[in-house]
Ligand binder design. Structure first.
Ligand SMILES: [Zn+2]
Length: 196
C-alpha cells in the first residue's frame, strides 16, 4: 500500500476533520445512495466582497448573517448555502458540513460528465476575491486538506467553481495558482482542469 494511503483514522470522525474548527451549518442534506465522492471543488468568497478577516462568511454558512449590516447583504438576503470547508487568509480552517453529507456550494453544475456536483463533491471555500491572489498559508492548508481528503475518498478531480459552472461562476478566479496546488498534491494532469 502506498504510504499516502495509510489509515489516518484519527483525522476523520464521521466526515469531520480533526484539524478544522467545527461550525455546524443547517444547510446540508444526505448524499444520494452510492455517491462516489471523487471531486474537490475550490471556491473563493468574502463578505462584503474584498473585505477579509471578519465573521460574515461563517455567519452566512450558519444562517446567522445580519442581512441589514451591509448594503451588499441585501443582494443575497435569505441565501441558504454552505461549504464543507473554509480556509481563511491566515490559513485557519473551519468545517461546516460533514464530508459524508451534501453541502450546498455548487448550485447548477456539471463536471466529468455528471450533473449536480453537490451530490458527490467536497466544497472548499478560500477567503478571497475573484482576481485577487491567495496567501501562502491558504495554499499550505489547502494542500494538506486535499491530501487528507484523498486518503478518505477516491479523489480523481480537483476543479474550480468556474470549471463546474462555466459562464455562471468565476471563482476562485485568475488569482488562484493551479500549478502550485498541482505541484503539492502530486496528482496526475488529468485530475485538474485543462484550462489553466
Ligand atoms: Zn463558488
Amino acid at each position: 500500500m502506498p504510504d499516502h494511503l495509510a489509515e489516518p483514522a484519527s483525522l476523520w470522525d464521521q466526515g469531520w476533520y480533526a484539524r478544522a474548527l467545527r461550525l455546524d451549518s443547517p444547510n446540508f442534506g444526505p448524499r444520494p445512495a452510492g455517491a462516489c465522492i471523487d471531486l474537490i471543488v475550490i471556491h473563493s468568497i468574502s463578505l462584503p466582497p474584498g473585505q477579509y478577516g471578519g465573521q460574515q462568511v461563517q455567519d452566512l454558512f450558519t444562517n446567522q448573517l445580519d442581512w441589514d449590516a451591509h448594503p451588499y447583504f441585501s443582494e443575497i438576503r435569505g441565501l441558504q448555502v454552505s461549504s464543507h470547508f473554509y480556509i481563511r487568509r491566515d490559513g485557519s480552517l473551519c468545517q461546516f458540513v460533514s464530508a459524508e453529507d451534501r453541502a450546498w456550494h455548487a448550485g447548477a453544475s456539471e463536471y466529468r460528465g455528471r450533473p449536480q456536483c453537490n451530490d458527490d463533491s467536497i466544497g472548499i471555500e478560500l477567503e478571497g476575491l475573484e482576481g485577487d491572489v491567495f496567501e501562502d498559508a491558504q495554499y499550505e492548508q489547502l494542500s494538506r486538506l486535499c491530501l487528507d481528503l484523498h486518503r478518505l475518498y477516491p479523489i480523481a478531480h480537483v476543479a474550480g467553481h468556474e470549471h463546474i459552472a462555466p459562464g455562471r461562476k468565476g471563482d476562485p478566479g485568475k488569482g488562484f495558482d493551479w500549478q502550485r496546488l498541482k505541484a503539492t498534491l502530486q496528482l496526475p494532469d488529468q485530475c485538474f482542469p485543462v484550462c489553466f
